[in-house]
Design a protein around this ligand. Sequence first.
Ligand SMILES: [Zn+2]
Length: 191
Amino acid sequence: MNRRQKPLTERYPNWRDAIPAACEAMFSLNRYAKYESCTPDHRDEIYRIKNGLIEALYHLGAAVRVHEHVVRRPKQTCFDCEGTGTSVSYDGEHEECYRCGGTGIYREACDDTFVAFRFMVAGQAYCWHQPEECLTFAPVLTEESEQCALEPKEKPLYMDRRKFADAKRLVRFVVESRTSNRSPDHIIRAA
Ligand SMILES: [Zn+2]
């Protein structure tokens, strides 16, 4: 940590004042998690704190819209055998494709369901998705579910990567403060 920087508890005697900055930090981290250069471990770490922040914001009453996004994934044919289920060995014999077990299918069609949250925090809108199976609470859906295409992977990043550690610390500070703070949540939408 930057030595000149005050601890977060001093910078934010009331942890709720850190929420807008934590959301901005999360915005950049969430974008970076979709970058090729983000390692799987780092991605998991970012998504863990993102899940924590989503839950905190939801319980603080900052969600203005919650609905499901369903991403259709079509059936994928096996590339090795081009869907025939058989491959030809060196000596010209036809055998069952080892990759797909002779089915010709790499992956059956399936739906991935995400819960899309739209939060308003200090006049700023944030839209974050969470795979349904990662939800740690049961949000009330405000709208019908919707079919969507996958978002493009990499979008511009406006945060210096050297600031990621501070960004994560800030989000964790909010998530942990809310968990350990026993006073009832109140609406921050108007903040
Ligand atoms: Zn195959």
